[in-house]
Every structure is written in structure tokens, then in C-alpha cells.
Design a protein around this ligand. Structure first.
Ligand SMILES: Nc1ncnc2c1ncn2[C@@H]1O[C@H](COP(=O)(O)OP(=O)(O)OP(=O)(O)O)[C@@H](O)[C@H]1O
Ligand SMILES: [Mg+2]
Length: 412
């Protein structure tokens, strides 16, 4: 071979080797960088590789920024999901748990770390809920009382979204259920309480209409009818009073109620009901008035004193005591009457609750008196304490906090 050609070829071979080496080296750098792109900066290289690495670097930066944005978005969505007041479970197409918030964990007794991937019907094993999930009709919600906490009433509703996923919403409806039961009981009670006198009244009306009664009999029946009508009227008045107490805003603390004349009135009222059958005393200890609504306090105190007279046999004693205490003031009504069994005491302030219906009816009682007392006192930040011993007597005490008690200023 011509030596000049050979030298040229050798030169070319060296050049090709250098060129190849340069590229192999850069490919190596690229490979190493691609293996862990986040850990090291984009490698430096000259020539055409520089623009490749620059492009890669830009791409990588955009990718990292987008990833960070998405991570933030996911974290924020999860935080929002956790902050929801209701329980939320995300289910996949096979009704398996993908994620749930803290509220759902506590309502349903599941753990998103352990139970993720588990079928919801295995985790919430209530037969009605299982039927609901399997039926696939989710327009209505289904009720659930968790076995671990049966006092909790839950409403569960599945909401399909996306391709095949579902959201399971769990709402605590314990309070709503309670209110609904109370409403139903209340309507039933009112109807029952009004129906009794109405039935008696209609019976008398029929008798008076159909029988040819003499004047004396007619007069007697009309009297009995008037008694039933006034009983119905009392029930309605008491109900209206209760409803006014419930709906009006609590009385301000700047209306000053003078206690001495109010209690003198309460005592006079009790004496009128007693008609001399009881010894009734009033004791005032300390010059203190109350801040609140006079009409409500008159009604509450009058109810307590009236009960003491009504549930104390003739010859008994009723004591009314107004007293300042270290942290407020108390009004106590004490009697030596029939008393109340311990298991009845917590129920006395329920509407229409009477220990002995027939006896209470004799005294014209509607069973709403103590419900009114409780409400009126609560509106004055006061609480009612009931102590009693059957056969010995009862003590009803209204405890008023210091913020409702006003010292009487005497002017010289
Ligand atoms: N001082 C008392 N001694 C014994 N039992 C009482 C006394 N006060 C209340 N009770 C019992 O509590 C029940 C509820 O009292 P409440 O005042 O609410 O109703 P009432 O007296 O029957 O009717 P009213 O609505 O006319 O007051 C009474 O029926 C009675 O059985
Ligand atoms: Mg009463």
C-alpha cells in the first residue's frame, strides 16, 4: 500500500476512534444520568451533545415542576377529603376500598392503611348494607347502626362517578333521628291528651242532646263539660307557653326582676290552690334580685309551688326559700308530700310525663308544668335539682349562676 495512503488511513482511524470515544463517553454519561435523573445535574458535554443535554435538562425541569404541582394537588385534595365533616370512602370498580378519610375510619371502624384493597362488604358486614351495595340502585341512602357503637345512627349513600368508581358517603344522623322520634312522640302525646277530654265532652253533649234531662241534671252536665273544655284550654295554653319559650331568644340580662314581690305573689298563688289545707312559708335570705324575664320566672316558680301544694296531702307543709349562695342564688320549694321514686325523677321534666296519671288528672295537671320550668330556667342559665323520698316529701331547687344575680341597692 502506498505509505501516504496508509498514513491517511491510520490518521482517519485515529480520528474515528476519538470521535467514537467521545460519543461512547457521552452515551455513557447519558445512560448514567438517565438511571437516576433526579439525583445528579445534567452532565456537561461539548458539541452537539450540549444541546441534547440542554434539551433534556429543560424537559427534566418541567417534568419535576409538574410532578411537584401534582403532588401538591393530591396532598391538598386528600387534606380537603380529610377535613370533610362526613365520612368518605373511595371504592374502585369492584367495590374495594381505595382511600377513606378519618371520619369514615371512625364511623365504619376501618383503617385506610390496612384495609385499602379490601372489599367494602367485608369491612362493613351489615346485611342491609351488603344488599344495598349488591342491588346497584343508589338513588336512596341506607341506614346503619355500627355494631361497635349502636348509639350512632349513620346514613350511607353510594355515588357512582368516573368510569367505574364510587364514593361512599357516611353521615351521622343520630341527632336527626332523635328529633324525628321526639316529634312523633310529641304529636302522639298531644293528640292523646286532647282526645281524652274531647271524648268525654262529646259524650256529655250527646247525652244532653238525646236525653230529656231536667234542669238540675243539665246544669250538672254542662259543668262537667266546661271542666273538660277548660282542661283542653290549659293543655293548649301550656303548649303555647312551651313553644314560646323554645322559639324566643333567651331573656336579656339587663331586665331586673324584683324577687321579693315575685315570691310574695308565688306564695299567694300557692295559698289560693291550697285553700287553707297546708302550712305555706316563705323565707328570703339576702337582698338579691335576678336578671331575666319576669313572666318566665313567675311561671317557673308558680309551677314548682303549685306542684308542692298539689302533691302534698292536707295538713302538710310547703316551704319556699330564696337564698344567695357562694356562686349565685337558689330558689327552693320543699314539701312534706307524697314524694317521688328515684327512678321517676329523671323523667319528670319530659312533656306530659306524670308519675300517677289519675292523681295528676284530679289536680287538673297536664304534665307540662315541669317541662315549662326546665325551659324557663335554662333560659336563665339556671338548672333544676330534684331530691325526693317517697312518702316523706320533695325538694325542687333552681340554681341561678352569679351572672344572673343582682344585689339590691338600698337608697337611704
Ligand atoms: N312536689 C311534687 N311531689 C310529688 N310529685 C311531684 C311533685 N312535682 C311534680 N311531681 C310529679 O311530676 C309530674 C310532672 O309534674 P308537672 O308539673 O310537669 O305536671 P303536672 O303537675 O301533672 O301537670 P301541670 O302541667 O298542670 O303542672 C307530676 O304529675 C307528679 O307526678
Ligand atoms: Mg305541675
Amino acid at each position: 500500500m502506498n505509505p501516504a495512503v496508509a498514513a491517511l488511513l491510520a490518521g482517519l482511524a485515529v480520528l474515528a476512534a476519538v470521535w467514537l470515544g467521545y460519543h461512547i463517553n457521552n452515551v455513557g454519561k447519558l445512560r448514567r444520568w438517565l438511571a437516576r435523573p433526579q439525583r445528579s445535574p445534567v452532565p456537561e458535554a461539548g458539541g452537539s451533545w450540549d444541546s441534547v443535554f440542554a434539551l433534556l435538562y429543560r424537559h427534566e425541569r418541567e417534568h419535576t415542576r409538574e410532578k411537584r404541582r401534582l403532588v401538591h394537588l393530591v396532598v391538598r385534595s386528600a387534606q380537603a377529603g380529610r377535613a370533610l365533616p362526613d365520612g368518605v370512602v373511595i371504592l374502585d370498580g369492584s367495590n374495594r376500598v381505595e382511600w377513606c378519610n378519618d371520619r369514615a375510619e371512625s364511623y365504619l371502624g376501618i383503617d385506610r392503611r390496612v384495609d385499602a384493597g379490601g372489599p367494602i362488604v367485608n369491612l362493613v358486614r351489615d346485611p342491609e348494607f351488603v344488599r344495598y351495595v349488591e342491588a346497584g340502585v343508589f338513588s336512596e341512602a341506607v341506614g346503619l347502626r355500627p355494631g361497635r357503637n349502636p348509639s350512632l345512627a349513620l346514613s350511607l349513600k353510594l355515588i357512582p362517578y368516573g368510569q367505574h368508581r364510587k364514593l361512599l358517603l357516611c353521615r351521622d344522623v343520630t341527632q336527626e333521628e332523635k328529633v324525628e322520634t321526639m316529634r312523633r312522640d310529641f304529636v302522639a302525646n298531644v293528640s292523646h291528651e286532647l282526645r281524652t277530654p274531647l271524648t268525654v265532652l262529646s259524650g256529655f253533649l250527646e247525652t244532653v242532646q238525646e236525653l230529656d234531662l231536667d234542669r238540675e241534671r243539665t246544669h250538672k252536665y254542662l259543668g262537667l263539660m266546661a271542666g273538660q273544655a277548660s282542661r283542653m284550654q290549659r293543655i293548649i295554653e301550656d303548649l303555647l307557653e312551651l313553644s314560646a319559650l323554645e322559639s324566643a331568644p333567651a331573656p336579656e340580662r339587663d331586665e331586673r326582676v324584683r324577687i321579693a314581690p315575685l315570691l310574695a305573689h308565688t306564695r299567694a298563688q300557692a295559698e289560693a290552690i291550697s285553700a287553707g289545707r297546708h302550712r305555706i312559708s316563705l323565707q328570703l335570705e339576702g337582698d338579691f334580685d335576678l336578671a331575666g324575664a319576669e313572666s318566665e320566672l313567675t311561671s317557673a316558680f308558680g309551677n314548682l309551688a303549685g306542684n308542692a301544694v298539689n302533691y302534698t296531702p292536707s295538713g302538710g307543709e310547703v316551704r319556699l326559700v330564696w337564698k344567695a349562695t357562694g356562686d349565685g342564688a337558689t330558689f327552693t320549694v320543699e314539701d312534706s308530700g307524697i314524694g317521688i321514686a328515684a327512678d321517676q325523677i329523671p323523667r319528670l321534666t319530659e312533656r306530659f310525663y306524670r308519675v300517677d296519671r289519675s292523681r295528676s288528672r284530679e289536680t287538673g295537671g297536664t304534665g307540662l308544668g315541669l317541662a315549662i320550668v326546665k325551659h324557663a330556667l335554662a333560659r336563665h342559665d339556671a338548672r333544676l335539682e330534684i331530691e325526693s323520698e317517697p312518702g316523706k316529701g320533695s325538694r325542687f331547687t333552681a340554681h341561678f349562676p352569679a351572672r344572673r344575680v343582682v344585689r339590691v341597692e338600698h337608697t337611704a
